[in-house]
Design a protein around this ligand. Structure first.
Ligand SMILES: [Zn+2]
Length: 460
């Protein structure tokens, strides 16, 4: 099947052609672990999980790598301000190491709850310091670095095609409005590869290097880790739209400077999530977390569905009403498929259109529409169930498990169903309705068919 992906590098949809015939390498920029992630922070990982699941459904082997930033990400992406972990540490009194450990654990828990495939190779920035220094040494030897008061900087004017990614036409004006930009930088777009520890301060996280004690610049780790795991050039690099103008051009420039090759062939960027049409941000108090929505009775799968109802390159406006609607939609899907018969021996092919829609730049919104149409179609229920579960191997809503849970009825329900069966045989409809009400009180819903009564209780 021809798979189209929108490549930010060429700014158009292109046919996906992996470097090797049956294997795909994906590198996803991971989280900076200094706080609880909000829903907008988690959104990209759902999207790239679906991309990966889709490639798996098309029989590719997928190697997926992600970094965990636990040092060096400053409050401004352009190397100004404080290290996010140091800032959090000063606020809470916990060490940067403890914070990184704590919030990495929260991140992994969120990934798990959102049903993201665990087959991701994670690398921590602090575990690859030696490799990052070696990489920076190559840059230094090749003449790309220069020293100023607070660190070693990459001279972007020496990089071939700097700013091609992100379409940075006027690179020099790019960082102009930012505060605290070191005025000694030769060009505003130059970025730190190695930052020096402040002379008057002992950092929790600092290392010796050929240039002096300090820590790596944030962009360095992704160049180094992707090369360590996926090689000089790999297939797909993913990240949020915010990475398109600073982090990714910088990463790409460093990698190309060292290897002489293009770092990745396809650069995919997800649009952001907004809250009630405003920015989702912790400092604005709009940083809603997965724990927050769970506390209000919403399931992580409902959030996943909400994300997938939108195409990943379109801004998603989060409202509680939209989450409610997604949860209702999810409950309806589960109810429908719980009433379906289990697949018999064969499994007729009803999902071809789904794969086709998904092949168009991972259009999960259209994929979901096909899933819904399949449920409502006139096909035999066992065939529909089989197709829906296959589609869900890509969408990852966990429908198989949710269906099984829905069929697992609460204590007492079975007896009421037996009684109802008998009164219905005796055509006592009044009793039948009374028993239905009793079952309804237990949260059990019944559908009467020619074959008898089917009962489900949806538990998210
Ligand atoms: Zn990155």
């Amino acid at each position: 099947m021809t798979i189209l992906l929108y490549n930010s590098l060429t700014r158009k949809k292109e046919e996906f052609k992996p470097i090797s015939k049956d294997k795909v390498g994906i590198y996803s920029c991971g989280p900076t672990v200094y706080d609880n992630p909000h829903l907008g922070n988690m959104l990209p990982y759902i999207i790239w999980d679906v991309l990966k699941r889709y490639l798996l459904s098309q029989k590719y082997q997928v190697e997926h790598v992600m970094n965990i930033t636990d040092v060096g990400h400053l409050t401004s992406d352009a190397d100004a301000g404080q290290d996010k972990l140091v800032k959090a540490s000063q606020k809470t009194g916990e060490s940067a190491w403890d914070l990184a450990k704590k919030y990495s654990a929260v991140f992994f828990e969120n990934m798990n709850e959102l049903n993201i495939l665990p087959s991701i190779k994670y690398l921590r920035a602090t575990d690859t310091i030696r490799e990052q220094i070696e990489f920076a040494q190559v840059l230094d030897k090749k003449g790309y670095l220069y020293r100023i008061s607070d660190g070693m900087y990459f001279d972007t004017s020496k990089a071939k095609n700097y700013g091609q990614l992100g379409n940075l036409k006027n690179v020099d004006q790019r960082a102009g409005s930012r505060v605290d930009v070191n005025p000694d930088k030769k060009h505003p777009s130059d970025f730190a590869v190695w930052k020096f520890s402040p002379a008057d301060e002992k950092r929790d996280m600092e290392w010796e290097s050929p240039w002096g004690k300090g820590f790596p610049g944030w962009h360095l780790e992704c160049s180094v880790m992707s090369r360590m795991t996926l090689g000089d050039t790999f297939d797909i690099h993913t990240g949020g739209l915010d990475h398109l103008t600073v982090h990714h051009p910088n990463e790409m420039a460093q990698s190309q400077a060292v290897t002489g090759k293009r770092q990745a062939n396809y650069w995919l960027h997800n649009a952001f999530m907004r809250v009630d049409s405003g920015k989702m941000s912790k400092s604005l108090g709009t940083g809603i977390t997965l724990q927050d929505i769970k506390a209000k009775g919403f399931s992580p799968a409902a959030f996943r569905l909400l994300v997938l109802q939108n195409h990943y390159r379109k801004t998603l406006n989060f409202t509680w009403e939209s989450l409610e609607a997604a949860q209702r939609g999810l409950v309806n899907i589960i109810k429908e498929i719980a009433f379906f018969d289990k697949p018999a021996l064969g499994c007729p092919d009803l999902e071809a259109d789904f794969y086709l829609q998904m092949a168009d730049d991972i259009n999960s919104a259209k994929g979901l529409a096909v899933l819904q149409q399949t449920i409502e179609s006139e096909n035999p229920t066992h065939a529909k169930l089989c197709a829906v579960l296959k589609m869900d191997e890509v969408l990852g809503l966990g429908l198989k498990e949710l269906r099984e849970r829905a069929l697992n009825l609460p204590p007492g329900a079975q007896e009421l169903l037996e009684q109802r069966k008998l009164v219905r045989q005796a055509k006592d409809w009044t009793q039948s309705d009374k028993l239905r009400d009793k079952l309804s009180e237990l949260g059990v819903e019944i559908r009467d068919t020619e074959l008898g009564q089917n009962a489900v209780q949806v538990k998210l």
